[in-house]
Design a protein around this ligand. Structure first.
Ligand code: TYM
Length: 337
């Protein structure tokens, strides 16, 4: 019997940031270690998702290749036989299944997506690609029958939509898609209390975001460790004068506690402190150490091995995704049964 699949994707329209790393990349690497030999791991770059918001297209290809390298620097074991890394656009079944799923997804559902609402508000003209983005993401998940999809809090709604679309199609066509687990199971599997949402350091009322223009509150994985430590030291906090986990009243402090913990620190010693300095200092040191280590690992990635693994993964995943697509094409009447 084939192994259950854990799958996630990280867009490459910019350098990855600490939120991407802690919300998705690190959990994925940890799950790979924990479940070695038991699960299949699919970690991919959804390159077709990159330009659902405007980007510099001349940099996309290079950024995609760079981000694949980051996966390895984060600790992904390429020797693991059950691990596959790939680029979405190299597997045409993603696009083809999206076109089919579009006719089984409702405008109302897509209009309700928080990400769509937030992103479309910031643009004068909104592309159909941005609106349709969750359907492409559903195809990414359903093509491989993924059970678990480690993502940050901002993507939860999209994973649930993928499940809803799959249930709808299974009701109509029989046992077509394996379902991703419901949200509660997803969180329990990752040993989390909730999905992670790292906030912007300068404005902790919003999430840390790749497309933030100033970059003041965003720690990019390519930032110099010193520069990143400075960003932490100038993080916005509050005037309540007591370290506590309270996202409503103290989003900045709560964010620093989350970052410290996610990087392996123990926050107990800071809770209740009347000074914020020691916490900031400790987070700055942790972030600096993390980036120093992470960036040095990037220089050691074996590019030849990475490219070979990428090509063989893409071949294998074209077969898997192609088989799912054919099953769908048959039931919707595009291919002979
Ligand atoms: P993307 O590329 O915007 O982000 C990659 C991952 O990082 C998580 N993330 C965060 N986690 C915590 N705090 C933050 N501030 C933060 N910002 C981003 C995201 O939740 C995500 O897990 N649609 C996806 C990519 C995608 C995908 C998929 C994911 C395409 N197809 C299939 C899973 C399965 C996206 O745009 O993520």
């Amino acid at each position: 019997m084939s192994k259950k699949v854990i799958l996630t994707g990280l867009r490459a329209n910019n350098d990855l940031h600490l939120g991407n790393y802690l919300g998705a990349l690190l959990p994925m690497v940890e799950l790979q270690k924990k479940y070695a030999g038991q699960y299949q791991i699919n970690l991919f770059v959804p390159d077709l998702h990159s330009f659902t918001t405007p980007i510099d297209h001349s940099k996309l290809y290079e950024q995609t290749m760079h981000n694949l390298k980051l996966f390895v620097a984060a600790g992904l074991d390429l020797d693991d036989q059950d691990t596959f890394i790939y680029r979405q656009s190299y597997i045409p079944a993603h696009s083809e299944l999206t076109v089919i799923l579009n006719s089984f997804t409702y405008m109302g559902e897509l209009s309700r997506m928080t990400q769509f609402k937030e992103k479309s508000e910031k643009q004068d003209s909104v592309s159909a690609g941005l609106f349709d983005y969750p359907v492409l993401m559903a195809a990414d998940i359903l093509l491989y029958g993924a059970k678990y999809v480690p993502v940050g809090a901002d993507q939860t709604q999209h994973v649930e939509l993928a499940r809803d679309i799959a249930i709808r199609m299974n009701n109509k066509f029989g046992d077509l898609f394996a379902l991703p687990e419901p949200e509660k199971e997803q969180i329990a599997f990752a040993h989390q209390q909730t999905r992670l949402r790292i906030r912007d350091l300068a404005d902790p009322t919003k999430k840390m975001n790749k497309s933030d223009d100033s970059g003041k509150g965003v720690i990019f994985l390519g930032d110099s460790p010193e520069e990143a430590a400075k960003k932490v030291m100038s993080a916005t906090t509050d005037s309540l004068g007591k370290v506590a986990h309270d996202y409503e009243k103290q989003p900045g402090i709560s964010n620093l506690l989350d970052i410290y913990e996610a990087l392996g620190g123990d926050t107990k010693e800071f809770i209740g402190n009347e000074q914020y300095g020691p916490l900031k200092q400790a987070v700055a040191v942790k972030v600096k150490e993390f980036l120093t280590h992470f960036q040095s690992r990037q220089t050691k990635v074996d590019q030849v091995k990475l490219t070979a693994q990428l090509e063989s993964s893409e071949k294998a995943m074209n077969n898997t995704a192609g088989a799912t697509l054919l099953k769908v094409q048959k039931v919707v009447g595009l291919r002979a049964k």
